[in-house]
Design a protein around this ligand. Structure first.
Ligand SMILES: Nc1ncnc2c1ncn2[C@@H]1O[C@H](COP(=O)(O)OP(=O)(O)O)[C@@H](O)[C@H]1O
Ligand SMILES: [Mg+2]
Length: 405
């Protein structure tokens, strides 16, 4: 396909997908996809100007590194320079650049060829779009810059009136940091490389959703974070403490003191009532919530004395959420918690999860394969080929009761 043909397709996509998008989050993610497709770019990021207009921060990115928490003073780096000078930059080849290595290595790859164009709305620069490296190893040209400018302009025109200026800069503390995580499964002679050098930060009190096709390694990642599976190489640390090589004893403590788990299957003890299931876990930990408060949080006080067999699937899942929160954990890991539930019951369970994030200060990492559910999250991470393919920050998370599928 010629670049003209790719440009035509991208223009059409911009006028349909981005124009039809329901939110600025969706619009930004679509237009990043479209522009990277048109330029055959390897990595890319949308940067937005902060409310104080002194820094830029990434709102949508597709790159090997997790840059969510980065921010740059305007004037620094290529992206920062583009926002302050309000002019596009083309660095066709890093070897001819006076700055080497290019600062764009922060995207998690060796930056060779870079395009960065300002994003203008109502004649004001509000951010920039940066594309790094051509997938086929060739170099960006002036023609590519022109195409990028056209498409970036088109994207802002189509997203005009969608609240660009309300984006607030937010700096969060890291709870879990995952670096260069690799996981192989040995299957007799063959090795299955499931995670291939994954990088991700998880922030305190965020609602993170992990999306990805079946078999791409979502549960593997969660099991490693949860201390239930070992890693092949790399590091996972929680509040600076490396948990990748803990003893069995320390791992048990970590799981008990830091984590709450919610799975697709509820795993309640059938011979204990709802409240007893919760109390049983509360008695194992040092600083539990009152079991009665935990069951109230999931709106099941009236069913406290029911046995699991007497409750619906959604109610049992709510008990299992109460069992996770009663520990007052730092982090709740939820692996497809609504996969076995119908729509209405899923919404009830998701509302409870939403409430826990908002009102308990808990961090939640939730796996789902339903992109609609991802709209609830603060950030959405998509896994592909064993690495993070895409991170999207939802500037306008949707409330559980407004989700439709
Ligand atoms: N214990 C295991 N031994 C061997 N292969 C495994 C094991 N657990 C998972 N796998 C394989 O690893 C891949 C990723 O699995 P998983 O993390 O469960 O995917 P997801 O949760 O995204 O559907 C799959 O191909 C799966 O078959
Ligand atoms: Mg899974």
């Amino acid at each position: 396909m010629t670049s003209k043909e790719r440009f035509k397709i991208a223009t059409r996509a911009m006028l349909s997908d981005v124009f039809d998008s329901d939110s600025i989050d969706e619009g930004l993610a679509f237009s990043l996809d479209i522009i990277m497709g048109a330029l055959e770019g390897e990595a890319g990021a949308y940067w937005m100007l902060s409310a104080k207009r002194d820094r830029i921060f990434p709102v949508s990115s597709k790159c090997p590194a997790d840059i969510t928490n980065m921010s740059m003073r305007i004037g620094t780096g290529i992206a920062g320079a583009v926002v302050s000078s309000q002019e596009s930059v083309l660095i066709p080849d890093s070897s001819s650049s006076i700055i080497t290595p290019l600062p764009e290595d922060y995207l998690g790859l060796n930056a060779v060829s870079v395009i960065c164009v300002p994003i203008v709305n109502n004649k004001e620069v509000i951010g920039c779009l940066e594309i790094v490296n051509k997938k086929d190893g060739s170099l960006f040209t002036a023609e590519d810059v022109e195409m990028c400018e056209h498409l970036a302009n088109l994207s802002t025109i189509t997203m005009d009136d969608k609240g660009f200026f309300d984006i607030a800069e937010e700096k969060k503390d890291i709870l879990i940091s995952i670096t260069d995580l690799k996981k192989d499964y040995e299957n007799g002679e063959t090795k299955l490389h499931v995670l291939k050098g994954l990088n991700l930060n998880i922030y305190k009190n965020e609602f993170l959703v992990i999306l990805g096709e079946s078999g791409c390694g979502k549960s593997t990642l969660m099991n490693i974070i949860g201390g239930m599976d070992t890693l092949t190489s790399g590091h996972v640390s929680i509040e600076g403490r490396d948990i990748s090589h803990l003893s069995e004893h320390d791992l048990t403590e970590y799981r008990r003191d830091y984590l709450g788990f919610v799975f697709q299957s509820y795993n309640l003890m059938p011979n204990l009532t709802a409240l007893e299931n919760i109390r049983y876990i509360a008695e194992l930990v040092d600083h539990p919530m009152r079991p009665e408060d935990a069951i109230a949080k999931v709106n099941l006080t009236s069913k406290a004395d029911f046995y699991p067999g007497q409750m619906s699937g959604g109610q049992q899942q709510r008990v299992s959420i109460a069992r996770a929160i009663v520990k007052n954990p730092r982090l709740i890991l939820a692996d497809e918690p609504t996969a076995a539930l119908d729509y209405q019951t899923s919404i009830e369970v998701l509302s409870v999860i939403e409430d826990v994030v908002k009102n308990n200060g808990t961090t939640i990492v939730m796996i789902t394969h339903n992109p609609q559910i991802a709209k609830m999250a603060d950030r959405v991470v998509t896994l592909r080929n064993g690495v993070v393919a895409n991170i999207k920050r939802n500037l306008e998370p949707v409330s559980a009761t407004d989700l439709v599928w």
